[in-house]
Design a protein around this ligand. Structure first.
Ligand code: MN
Length: 308
């Protein structure tokens, strides 16, 4: 916890008023969010020995409701990734894979299969249960991507599994003040990301900022909002806090976040989602609400009932 830096700043409020038919109508105030916490990712390994940087889901920050985990894999050494993630189960939440460079293959035991190439995404709703493998489809060269875990609400943890496999070309890209914004999920700057029907009403953006480019990203007021700097340096929030590659940035409550490029520019994964405020019981590949449900998941997996 010693490496945590905690900031508490008052949000800056602004509001606009318009005159309509002689009445003055005050529009809803917009509130720019400031940074509440910056936390470096922690090196770890998972799967059959894949080297990762864990930005969320570690000892210092186990959960950021509704988000449960964020891993970055970024290495040119095949020994760091070749072992992959052989067959394993999931229940009670969603896994999101986003590739920047390299290729992964996904297969589940029911025969569903998909290939993730550069710039593609997969939003997998495990729901009641899936058993799958996620393996590299390359033997050399740079492998760079992310896996995000997203919770499901209590009432929908056991829904039927669903895959949204999204080719790179389906992800819209807009230019804002010299910045390039890829929209995986959510609607912003006149474009809509391809992911649909997700409980947390997600915003998932990949933002490449040039030096000086400024993006003011609207966010639903109640959403948990955070970012991870994937390249270079960027400034965040009303205080324009400078954050470099490899750190997670949590934003305070508010309706927008300002991102600015710094130095040689920066690249940022930007995420927002509706929190559930429900109890979480998690262990390994299962995320439920109670210890009994967790035990049930392990029992179901052992007895071959996870998929029923
Ligand atoms: Mn998995």
């Amino acid at each position: 916890m010693a490496r945590m830096t905690l900031f508490s700043r008052r949000a800056v409020l602004s509001s606009a008023s318009v005159t309509l038919l002689g009445c003055t109508v005050k529009s809803a105030p917009t509130t720019g969010r400031d940074v509440s916490l910056v936390l470096p990712a922690q090196p770890t390994s998972d799967g059959a020995g894949v080297r990762l940087n864990r930005a969320l889901g570690h000892r210092s920050l186990s959960t950021l409701d509704p988000f449960l985990l964020l891993d970055e894999f970024h290495t040119e050494n095949p020994n760091d990734y070749l072992a992959g993630f052989p067959e394993h189960p999931h229940r009670g939440f969603e896994t999101v894979t986003y590739m920047i460079h390299g290729a992964m293959e996904h297969r589940d035991v029911l025969g569903n299969q998909g290939r993730l190439g550069p710039g593609s995404a997969q939003w997998m709703t495990a729901g009641h249960g899936i058993i799958h493998s996620e393996m590299p489809k390359q033997e050399r060269g740079l492998m760079w991507g992310f896996q995000l875990w997203v919770n499901l609400p209590k009432a929908r943890k056991l829904i039927a599994p669903r895959y949204q496999d999204i080719a790179a070309a389906r992800i819209p890209e807009v230019e804002v003040d010299g910045a390039r914004v890829r929209i995986v999920a959510g609607s912003t700057f006149g474009a809509k990301g391809p992911v649909d029907g997700i409980d947390i009403e997600p915003v998932f953006l990949d933002v490449a900022l040039k030096k000086g480019s400024r993006v003011v990203q609207p966010v639903p007021a109640g959403h948990t909002t955070f970012a991870f700097v994937t390249e270079g340096t960027a400034r965040f929030g009303t205080s324009r806090r400078e954050v470099s590659k490899g750190s997670l940035v949590i934003l305070e409550k508010g309706t927008s976040v300002e991102l600015t490029g710094e130095g040689e520019g920066g690249r940022v994964l930007f995420l927002a989602g509706r929190p559930f405020n429900e109890p979480i019981a998690r262990a390994g590949p299962f995320v439920m609400n109670t210890e009994a449900e967790l035990q049930q998941a392990f029992d179901d997996y052992r007895s071959g009932r996870l998929l029923l």
